[in-house]
Unconditional design. Structure first.
Lengths: 185, 456
């Protein structure tokens, strides 16, 4: 299972709600339809106001973003229960979200879908890092290392959640651990 | 145990549970709608197989309500996906937009946005429709693929929003693994004064604890003040628990709860057996707030989050471009009555939209007379653009042709529940949350206005 992720970060602030992660106008897309899953990725974080975020998470015309790691502040993913939110991020190539805290349903949906690892970090990384900085996230050692400065920040333990995301979400995990029969039906 | 713990213990088949326990609970109702239903159905089929049956066809309630009155073809298609599934699964409670079970839904833009375009089964906004259609019962567990599912906590039940994957799991198994939340205690005293509404209560509470102050937690509302709140009031308050990050909100059970639930179950022929949960002496709370309802004033949550609390009178002079009364939170009959009280015989000076949450509310407003006019007429004559097409409309923006959507960077005062950037459309637009009375008063002046100025 991949536990180490290196790449550029995309940095957002506190209280990024699900409308900013995936604008409501794109909720007509159904995540379980493969084409629409891809399309959702192209709109990931498109709801961020241009005035605050001149660099877009997914560049116009690109199928996915250039940032495997999103860095947020407090209360990341607050707002609606739309699973489209972690799915849009995952579809756009995001593997890890580092935030000071997460809203409950976003956290749960990230894990249930297996789209990404929601990791809490006590440090205010959204003020330490800027978009484009390269970091290495190690989910076993629970560290984030900033390439430019060499500084290391620690993550809170992922606990029960990691094996579920590792398995690819709730259903795969339930099958793997014998909670559900292996084949559908 | 707190009210929430008692319900979860019962649903888990355990004598007691404590905050922090992970327990498998049995669902009584699973609700889904047109935005998350198709994805939930997709998960259900992918995981349980194409021939799988839902765990209980009478416990799955499907309510299209979000993106209905739009020409967007994918949105129209999503309603058709729900219909096909409801037919295939013989879902007992599917509130279709159209009457023909073999038809397809298409919105006719040529008829305009105001005139009714739904059939006789359509129920409108899910959270308001659930109690109206007799699906909220004390002591039960309600899951919904929508964050404002917490609204049903007004009826002394555990109700919470879940994602498609969790909902797909519930659809197949009737169960879900939940962590028992810690409970925050909000004891209400006194009585709301004229011009002050339930919306002001919850905006006040969110301001007290912050927009993430209830994250992972239950918000329990009780005390003698609850008796002075109608069921509509309690719904407004419970609805916005999620705006403080709450997992659920729950109210004490009383005679009003019983009367409302019994009436609705009987009217709709839904299951009427239920067992409320009552308070006991051994409740463990992680937080205590006492709210004196008599002292509250009209309150506003400023852009860009529901925790930006100010009193309406502190914001006088803040210029606005439009006003909006609607949504599960602020589009009930009582909400429009309060707006009408302010607007009667006067004229709005900014674009003002009125979207009743459900068809029943449209009917109420058109048939309730005040003097020689219906409430609906009073609102229309005051200049409010009232649509009969009950639904979510611009509360969450939606497709660009959605009624009332902000397609430009405007400033709106709204009786809805959420004001993060872009919530009602354009990502540079701004939303100020307030009670329907404050929205109405502000519509009369074009800037934020204390509704008490208009009550005489
Ligand atoms: S009215 Fe608004 S808050 Fe209520 S269910 Fe619809 S979109 Fe959600």
């Amino acid at each position: 299972m991949q536990s180490v992720f290196t790449g550029s970060v995309y940095v957002v602030r506190d209280n990024i709600d699900t409308d900013q992660i995936i604008s409501a106008q794109y909720l007509n897309l159904v995540p379980t339809i493969p084409d629409e899953y891809k399309k959702l990725g192209t709109y990931a974080l498109a709801g961020l106001p241009d005035s605050l975020y001149p660099i877009r998470f997914v560049a116009p015309g690109q199928p996915v973003g250039a940032y495997p790691i999103v860095v947020g502040g407090r209360n990341f993913g607050c707002g609606s229960s739309r699973e489209h939110a972690p799915i849009a991020l995952g579809s756009a190539g995001c593997k890890v979200v580092l935030a000071q805290s997460f809203a409950r349903i976003f956290f749960r949906n990230s894990v249930a879908t297996g789209e990404l690892y929601p990791c809490e970090c006590a440090d205010r990384l959204c003020e330490i890092l800027k978009t484009g900085d390269v970091v290495t996230v190690d989910l076993d050692k629970l560290t984030v290392t900033a390439k430019a400065t060499g500084k290391v920040y620690s993550l809170k333990p992922l606990g029960d959640v990691k094996p579920v995301v590792d398995a690819g979400g709730l259903f795969n995990y339930a099958r793997k651990t014998g909670m559900m029969p292996v084949s559908p039906g | 145990m707190t009210l929430t713990e008692k319900i979860m213990a019962r649903a888990a088949g355990k004598g007691r549970v404590e905050a922090g326990d992970n327990v498998w609970v049995k669902a009584d109702i699973l609700m889904t709608h047109d935005v998350c239903g198709p994805g939930t159905i997709g998960v259900f089929k992918r995981e349980f197989g194409a021939a799988a049956k839902v765990w209980d066809r009478k416990a799955v309630v499907i309510i299209p309500d979000h993106y209905i009155f739009t020409v967007d073809s994918k949105s129209n298609r999503n309603v058709d996906i729900l219909r096909d599934f409801a037919r295939e699964q013989e879902i007992a409670y599917f509130y279709d937009v159209i009457d023909s079970p073999a038809g397809t839904w298409k919105f006719d833009a040529a008829k305009g946005p105001l005139e009714r375009q739904y059939g006789s089964h359509y129920a409108g906004v899910c959270h308001t429709a659930l109690p109206q259609k007799g699906h909220t019962r004390p002591g039960e567990i309600l899951f919904g693929t929508d964050s404002h599912t917490c609204m049903a906590g007004a009826f002394n039940e555990f109700a919470t929003g879940i994602g498609n994957t969790d909902a797909g799991f519930v659809m197949g198994t009737g169960k879900l693994l939940l962590k028992v939340p810690e409970t925050m205690h909000f004891r209400l005293e006194g009585k709301l004064q004229p011009g002050v509404m339930a919306k002001d209560v919850i905006l006040h509470c969110i301001g007290e604890i912050g927009f993430d102050g209830a994250t992972y937690r239950a918000m329990q509302f009780d005390g003698e003040g609850v008796r002075n709140l109608t069921m509509d009031d309690r719904m407004t308050i419970a609805n916005m628990a999620i705006e403080a990050g709450g997992k659920n909100a729950i109210f004490e059970f009383d005679d009003q709860t019983r009367a409302a639930v019994d009436y609705r179950c009987k009217l709709n022929g839904t299951r009427a057996d239920y067992q409320p949960v009552e308070r006991d002496a051994a409740e463990k709370f992680v937080h205590e707030t006492v709210v004196n309802l008599s002292k509250l004033e009209p309150t506003v949550a400023c852009h860009p989050d529901p925790g930006q609390r100010k009193l309406a009178r502190e914001l006088v002079g803040m210029k606005l471009d439009r006003a909006y009364v609607g949504s599960c939170t602020g589009g009930k009959t009582s909400d429009f009555l309060e707006a009408a009280r302010v607007l009667r015989g006067r004229k709005v000076v900014i674009d003002t939209f009125g979207v009743p949450a459900t068809p029943e509310i449209v009917h109420d407003l058109q048939s309730a007379w005040w003097g020689d006019k219906s409430v609906w007429q009073i609102l229309v004559e005051a200049g409010v653009q009232m649509t009969e097409n009950a639904g979510c409309a611009a509360c969450l923006g939606g497709p660009v042709d959605t009624f009332g959507r902000m397609n430009a960077p405007l400033k709106c005062i709204s009786a809805t529940n959420r004001n993060f950037p872009g919530r009602m459309g354009h990502r540079e637009s701004q939303v100020f949350l307030a009670s329907p009375a404050t929205v109405a008063a502000s519509a009369l002046t074009g800037h934020i206005t204390d509704p008490r100025d208009y009550l005489s």
